[in-house]
Design a protein around this ligand. Structure first.
Ligand code: DX5
Ligand code: ZN
Length: 221
């Protein structure tokens, strides 16, 4: 069966109880961890020492989303910490191919992210170097924003390229994913879905994860 993964974002979790918050999403495919540096985006979250502790206690793999300047310098340490996947931004990386190779050499899956206004075409020749392509569906920096439908044509073009390449690269969407928008993203070809407020904003995150997964499966392209 084709991939259809749900990655709850702990950005919307209670930061004073992160170990427990990870347990509440143990039925998900991975935990999405947003690292922000107050430079690449106007918000600050957590860094390597906190991620190392999360990695030690998480019941599921960690999917790191680095919204930071100079990922060439900082990203490999997250792979060395044991994170299952490490995604850096195309707009911030000086040498994306070199960096993706370093991440893989350190045992992580390598992901490349593009902001809503960044074209994906210049990066489609790099698919062989990548395990995941992240099409941001909001401007990165904050949870709880509204899904940007203007990103859907780009998502469709990326999905076609990923399919042509053999389907080995995961196609992730992040931002504004709800029970309603996940259907549109799945129809456009996404197969890996980040959801923060739509999971942790519910009384039972496990129920929210299952509902999102069911809807995404029904609508997968
Ligand atoms: C935003 C982050 C997202 C965020 C998504 O820049 O990259 O991962 O947590 O939150 P929601 O799902 O609430 O839009
Ligand atoms: Zn994210």
């Amino acid at each position: 069966m084709s991939r259809c993964d749900i990655h709850p974002s702990i950005l919307s979790a209670d930061f004073s109880h992160l170990a427990e918050e990870l347990q509440r999403i143990s039925g998900a495919d991975a935990a999405h961890v947003d690292v922000m540096d107050n430079h690449f985006v106007p918000n600050l979250t957590l860094g390597l020492p906190a991620v190392e502790r999360l990695q030690a206690v998480s019941p599921i793999p960690l999917d790191l989303h680095l919204m930071i300047d100079d990922p060439d310098r900082w990203a490999p340490a997250y792979a060395e910490a044991g994170c299952a996947s490490v995604t850096f931004h195309a707009e911030a990386a000086a040498a994306p191919v070199k960096l993706a190779r370093e991440l893989r050499a350190a045992g992580a899956k390598a992901g490349l992210a593009v902001r809503p206004a960044t074209p994906v075409e210049p990066y489609l020749d790099l698919l062989a170097e990548l395990d995941m392509l992240l099409i941001m569906t909001v401007e990165p920096g904050f949870g709880g924003q509204k899904f940007l439908d203007v990103t859907l044509p780009k998502l469709r073009r990326a999905a076609a390229a990923v399919k042509d390449h053999g389907g080995t690269v995961a196609l992730q969407v992040d931002g504004g994913i709800t029970e309603e928008t996940i259907a549109r993203a799945a129809e456009a070809g996404a197969d890996t879905f980040v959801a923060g407020s739509a999971v942790y904003g519910q009384d039972d995150p496990a129920v929210a994860i299952e509902a999102l997964r069911r809807t995404a499966r029904e609508h997968r392209a």
